[in-house]
Design a protein around this ligand. Structure first.
Ligand code: IMP
Ligand code: ZN
Length: 346
């Protein structure tokens, strides 16, 4: 995976020995979205096959797909977080059949797990089940899970994402499928709440999140991702007792004290926050307060495709000296890796 931007700048300041050290640190990737993590060559291949056979009459025009791939190839310029969500329709058109989704999943798993050395020792991949002309949501999940089965059970698990915009009917359908597949012994370990952080009313999720916890599944929610997320919404989401939190960038003091008290692990995605401009620089990033408190965190990539990063490159942002990184010691970096492994859903 090509690395660019702040993570590449951090890597460039490190010696080969330091990079080897980062590669050797035991760590887990706990926050990676499938359709945001497809290696660019795989996506380009899927696009050329799609364009060769498509009449352009689908939900998205061939021209829009070409443009989308072009933007992703160059590295998208994001002025704010909503620009980021606009990248997905083109990707979704390319992973809308079981065969294409399987290829994309295989490439994502390989990017995280097959390198020598691999990017991580453990992966929790997440994805939002979609209904398309070629598959229903159950088939979507079965297709992804079949690819996970190519790896050892302890190596990778699946988090099922619910989108903030989903109707209650779709939420119920997905949660029911997730339970049924888990009962069959499939590797569904948790549920995630994701999607446009400014959309949707969180109340509709309440009964489902309670059930999910009771059923022994993990719960992680993207929370307080933008300055527009209200303190009321944040406290509401915290009241559903999530085990882990994605981003948690804009927590007020009341929310922070709950998070610290309940030891909820924060999934930190440094490049994602910097490029989506929800955090202006590393010096003011909320990771600082959690490092000081030795509070559980996990360094994660979020979406390596648009953000052009890798897990090792995100760890470079910890080790590199300011202003390129946070200037942690090697022992501190090891501790962060350990915390990510401790926060796995089991
Ligand atoms: P998918 O669930 O495999 O389709 O992965 C892409 C989807 O993940 C996007 O359409 C978003 O809904 C979600 N996603 C990716 N990154 C973020 C994020 O930083 N915040 C909220 N949602 C995200
Ligand atoms: Zn995310």
């Amino acid at each position: 995976m090509e690395v660019a931007g702040p993570a590449a700048a951090a890597l460039n300041t490190l010696t080969p020995t330091q990079i080897q050290f980062l590669e050797s640190v035991p760590k887990a990737e706990l926050h990676a979205h499938l359709n945001g993590s497809i290696p660019l060559p795989t996506l380009q291949q899927l696009a050329s096959e799609y364009l060769a056979s498509s009449s352009g009459q689908g939900a998205i025009s061939n021209e829009a797909i070409k443009q989308g791939i072009d933007v992703l190839s160059k590295g998208p310029k994001l002025d704010e977080i909503h620009d980021f969500f606009g990248l997905f329709p083109a990707i979704y058109a390319l992973t809308s059949t079981p065969a294409a989704l399987a290829r994309a999943t295989r490439a994502v798993l390989s990017a995280f797990l097959d390198g020598r050395p691999p990017q991580c020792n453990h992966l929790e991949l997440r994805t939002t089940p979609k209904q398309t002309d070629a598959m229903d949501r159950e088939k979507y999940l079965r297709t992804v899970l079949a690819e996970l089965d190519r790896y050892e059970p302890g190596q990778v698990g699946l988090i099922v994402s619910l989108d903030r915009k989903m109707s209650e009917e779709v939420i119920k359908e997905i949660v029911d499928i997730a339970y049924a597949l888990r009962k069959e012994g499939k590797r569904i370990i948790a549920v995630d709440l994701c999607g446009d952080p400014t959309a949707g009313d969180m109340t509709k999720f309440e009964p489902y999140f309670a059930q999910i916890k009771d059923a022994g599944l993990g719960l992680t929610v993207h929370i307080a991702e933008t300055v527009h997320n209200t303190p009321e919404e944040t406290l509401q989401l915290l009241s559903y007792r999530p085990n882990r939190l994605g981003h948690a960038t804009f927590l007020n003091d009341e929310a922070i004290s709950i998070v610290l008290d309940k030891k909820m692990c924060i999934e930190i995605c440094l490049t994602s926050n910097l490029l989506c401009k929800t955090v202006s620089n590393l010096e003011v990033h909320h990771i600082g307060q959690y490092l000081k408190a030795d509070h559980p965190i996990a360094i994660c990539t979020d979406d390596i495709l648009p953000f052009k990063t890798s897990l090792v490159a995100e760890y470079a942002l910890l080790l590199a000296k300011p202003p390129y990184g946070l200037g942690l010691t090697e022992d501190q970096v090891k501790r962060v890796g350990e915390m990510s492994l401790d926060a796995r859903f089991r």
